[in-house]
Write a protein that binds this ligand. Structure first.
Ligand SMILES: [Zn+2]
Length: 475
C-alpha cells in the first residue's frame, strides 16, 4: 500500500519595525514585563489604534519576494476569541482581504525544483504572553501589538524534509529583505503544521491534525514524520484520526493531544471599525518594488557569474545573507574568489558547525580571513599550517599574522635551508630510496613526510618534493 503525505504550514513572523502595529510602544524582545505598553496595546476602552505604515511596507516586501498579488485595498477585521493574554477579547487581523494573495516559493530538492504555492499573507497583531510559574500564571503584554505577518501555504508539501527545506528558504528570504530576524528561539518565527495522509489506492483520507509547539525546523520535520506514521497506522487498522490540535513533545519525540480543533466560524470575524478600510496609492507599492534588495536566487546567479562559482558552491554561499556578505567582504581583500570559496565552504563552515555558531558570532572578521589566505597564496605558510592558524582564530580571534609570527610558523621556502635536512633524511632512509627506484611511489611520500616532521610542518612541501627528486635522480 502507498500513502501520500499532505502538509500545509501556517507561519507567524514578527516584523522588525521600531514600534508596534497600532501604537508607538517599542517593538523589542525582552525587557521588564509590561514595560512596553500603553492604553492601545493593552486594549483599554476608548483607546484608538492607528495602523503603522511600516507594517504595510514590510508585508508588501514579503509579498513581492514570494511572487504574491498585492492588494491595494486594506481592511482590518476583529477575530473574536477569549484568552487571558488577549486583553481586548479579539485580535485585530485580516479575514477575507489579506494584503497579499497567492504566490509561491521554489525549493531546490534532490529530485529537482518544486514550487510550493502560498494561499495568502496577512497582517495582524501579536498577543501578550502567559508566563506559567509553579502556582500561578503571570501576564506580560510587552508582545501585545507586535506586528506579525501570517503566511499560509497551500497543502503542497509532501514530507517532513520538504517542510524543513521550505522553512529554510522562507527564513533566508525574509532575512534578505530585512523584515524579520526569524529567530525561532525568541519566537519571532513560529510555525504550525497541518497534516494528513491519503491512501493512494482507495483514496481514503485521514482527518487533518494541527501540530503546535514546534521550536526548530528540525522538530517540524520530526513532528510531521511522527504524525504521518500515526495516521498510517490508524488507517491500516480501519480507523481514522480525530480532527484535533496536538502538541509536539520534543523530549519524548511524540505528539500529544492539546484540544479539539475549533472551526473558523467560531471566531465571528467582524470589521475593525476603529481602522476604516482604505486604498493604497500605486506609487506607495511601486516605491517598495523599486527598493527591493537582491533576493537569494538573484544573489546566487550573480555569484556564479561574477565569481565564476558552480551552482552548488554559489547555493551554499548565498544560503544566508550573513554568509554571502562575509564571502563578498573577504573577496574584496584578496582577489581569489575560488580560494576564498574553498576555505569558507570547507574549514570555516566546519568550524562553525563544530562550535554550533552562526557566522555573525565569529571572533574574526572577513579581513582577518583574507589576511590568512594571503599568507597561503604568497607561499608564506602551507595549507596545514593555515588550518591550524584558522583553528586558533576561531578560539581567540587573534590576527593571523601575529599568530604566525609568535609561533614561528613561516614556511621554509629557502632551498639552502632545506637542502641539509633533505640530505639528512635521505641518509637515514636508504631503503626508501631503493623502494622508490623500484617503482614504489609511496616511498617518496614517506621521505617528504620525514622532512616535514623535522621542520615541524613548516617546510614548503612542493619544494621538498622537488629537492628529494633531484637528489635521488642524481644518485
Ligand atoms: Zn502600546
Amino acid at each position: 500500500m502507498s500513502y501520500k503525505t499532505i502538509v500545509g504550514l501556517e507561519i507567524h513572523v514578527e516584523l522588525m519595525t521600531k514600534t508596534k502595529i497600532f501604537c508607538n510602544c517599542a517593538n523589542e524582545f525582552g525587557g521588564e514585563a509590561n514595560s512596553h505598553c500603553c492604553p492601545v496595546c493593552l486594549g483599554l476602552p476608548g483607546a484608538i489604534p492607528r495602523l503603522n505604515k511600516r507594517v504595510l511596507e514590510y508585508a508588501i516586501k514579503a509579498g513581492i519576494a514570494f511572487n504574491s498579488d498585492i492588494s491595494k485595498f486594506i481592511k482590518m477585521d476583529r477575530k473574536n476569541y477569549f484568552y487571558a493574554d488577549l486583553v481586548k477579547g479579539y485580535q485585530t487581523s485580516q479575514d477575507d482581504t489579506p494584503i497579499c494573495s497567492g504566490g509561491y516559493i521554489e525549493l531546490e530538492l534532490d529530485e529537482g525544483v518544486k514550487k510550493i504555492g502560498l494561499n495568502r499573507i496577512h497582517i495582524e497583531e501579536d498577543t501578550g504572553k502567559s508566563v506559567h510559574t509553579e502556582d500561578e500564571t503571570l501576564l506580560d503584554y510587552n508582545r501585545a501589538g507586535v506586528p506579525l505577518i501570517e503566511i499560509v501555504t497551500k497543502p503542497e508539501i509532501n514530507s517532513g524534509e520538504e517542510a524543513r527545506v521550505f522553512l529554510e528558504r522562507l527564513k533566508a528570504t525574509l532575512e534578505y529583505i530585512e523584515v524579520s530576524d526569524c529567530k525561532m528561539e525568541e519566537g519571532s518565527l513560529r510555525c504550525d503544521v497541518n497534516v494528513n495522509v491519503v491512501d493512494r489506492e482507495t483514496g481514503q483520507k485521514t482527518n487533518i491534525t494541527e501540530i503546535k509547539n514546534l521550536n526548530s525546523f528540525r522538530s517540524v520535520a520530526r513532528a510531521i514524520d511522527y504524525e504521518v506514521d500515526r495516521h498510517i497506522d490508524l488507517l491500516k487498522k480501519g480507523q481514522n484520526t480525530e480532527k484535533e490540535t496536538r502538541r509536539w513533545d520534543e523530549v519524548n519525540g511524540e505528539t500529544v493531544v492539546m484540544r479539539e480543533k475549533g472551526d473558523a466560524s467560531d471566531y465571528r470575524y467582524a470589521l475593525e471599525g476603529d481602522i476604516p478600510p482604505f486604498t493604497l496609492d500605486d506609487a506607495f507599492i511601486e516605491e517598495i518594488r523599486k527598493s527591493m534588495p537582491e533576493l537569494p536566487h538573484e544573489k546566487k546567479a550573480r555569484f556564479m557569474d561574477q565569481y565564476d562559482l558552480n551552482d552548488y558552491d554559489a547555493g551554499v554561499l548565498t544560503a544566508t545573507r550573513d554568509l554571502a556578505n562575509f564571502y563578498e567582504e573577504t573577496v574584496k581583500y584578496i582577489d581569489d574568489a575560488k580560494l576564498v570559496s574553498n576555505w569558507i565552504m570547507g574549514d570555516v563552515l566546519r568550524g562553525l558547525k563544530d562550535e554550533d555558531l552562526e557566522i555573525d558570532s565569529l571572533k574574526f572578521d572577513a579581513k582577518a580571513l583574507a589576511d590568512l589566505l594571503t599568507l597561503v597564496k604568497e607561499d608564506k605558510i602551507n595549507n596545514n599550517t593555515a588550518k591550524k592558524v584558522l583553528r586558533e582564530m576561531f578560539e581567540t580571534g587573534k590576527d593571523p599574522n601575529s599568530i604566525v609570527k609568535e609561533r614561528g610558523l613561516i614556511q621554509i621556502s629557502d632551498e639552502g635551508a632545506l637542502e641539509g635536512i633533505v640530505e639528512e633524511v635521505l641518509a637515514e632512509n636508504e631503503q626508501s630510496i631503493i623502494d622508490y627506484k623500484n617503482g614504489k611511489d609511496r616511498a617518496l611520500g614517506f621521505l617528504v613526510g620525514q622532512v616535514m616532521k623535522k621542520t615541524r610542518g613548516k617546510a614548503n612541501p612542493q619544494l621538498v618534493n622537488k629537492l628529494i627528486l633531484e637528489k635521488i635522480n642524481n644518485m
